[in-house]
Design a protein around this ligand. Structure first.
Ligand code: FPP
Length: 246
């Protein structure tokens, strides 16, 4: 499917991806799981490039969940080194393409070297005005929601916030995604059809696209397919079809 199949006037502003299937991809070829994660970086680059080419404003990638810490130590260490080397290699390209790097999650729980490299890249790209690339790292939506609730409770206790002022507009200002719109489209690869603790508040009205393709095989063309599929849907937000057509 070609880029010309995409209606540039009806692009989602925010696409979020659950990159899944690296391990299975590697095992299928008789390799270690880490081999799949390394290959997955090519698909990360492809998704970033096509998002920039299309003019999508926000791309959020679920790169490491809170639950991923309980994987075997070798795999966690390998993923952390891969993050450091990828961030290091890609930062000049992010700047060249006007992309701003951002991260959400419990970033303090990352190894110091990863945290430092990440903060450095975020700072170096902070003036860029094109695509905002957000990496969800040591992220889980339940962690995020609990954090927001704690923050709100503190402000109420300190008399800075009135309980009556807590509503659907003010609550998300306490989430890590406060500076971005909710994702209109969430893609999950590898045939799994779950949300896995990702953006639970923010996905209230997201469209879901489940691709059978394993993440290392998720090319620009697969990304375009997801966008075209999304563009063929009617988003009703609880209204009737006739109401949204008006
Ligand atoms: C899920 O596949 C993938 C991950 C847990 C890690 C994703 C990381 C990358 C693509 C590489 C680094 C990323 C960046 C942003 C530089 P899985 O291991 O759960 O696969 P499986 O379900 O087949 O076991």
């Amino acid at each position: 499917m070609l880029i010309s199949s995409v209606d540039k006037c009806r692009l989602p502003q925010h696409v979020a991806i659950i990159m899944d299937g690296n391990g299975r991809w590697a095992k299928k070829l008789g390799n270690q799981r880490l081999f799949g994660h390394r290959k997955g970086v090519n698909s990360v680059n492809a998704a970033v490039e096509i998002s920039t080419e299309l003019g999508i404003k926000h791309l959020t990638l679920y790169a490491f969940s809170t639950e991923n810490w309980s994987r075997p130590k070798d795999e966690v260490d390998g993923l952390m080194s891969l993050l450091v080397s990828t961030i290091q290699d890609q930062t000049p390209k992010l700047n060249k393409n006007n992309i701003r790097l951002n991260a959400i999650g419990d970033l303090d729980s990352l190894p110091a070297a990863v945290n430092k490299k990440l903060m450095n890249a975020i700072e170096k790209t902070s003036q860029n005005t094109g695509l905002v690339l957000t990496l969800a790292l040591s992220y889980s939506a339940r962690w995020e929601i609990i954090n927001a609730v704690k923050e709100i409770c503190k402000e109420v206790q300190q008399g800075k916030l009135d309980v009556e002022a807590i509503n659907e507009q003010s609550f998300p200002l306490y989430l890590t995604t406060r500076e971005m719109p909710d994702p209109e489209l969430i893609i999950r690869t590898s045939g799994e059809q779950r949300i896995s603790n990702f953006l639970l508040w923010q996905c209230a009205y997201s469209e879901f696209y489940f691709s059978p393709v394993l993440w290392p095989d998720f090319t620009k063309e697969e990304f375009i397919k997801a966008i075209v599929d999304y563009q063929g849907r009617e988003r009703r937000f609880g209204k009737t079809s006739d109401q949204v057509k008006v």
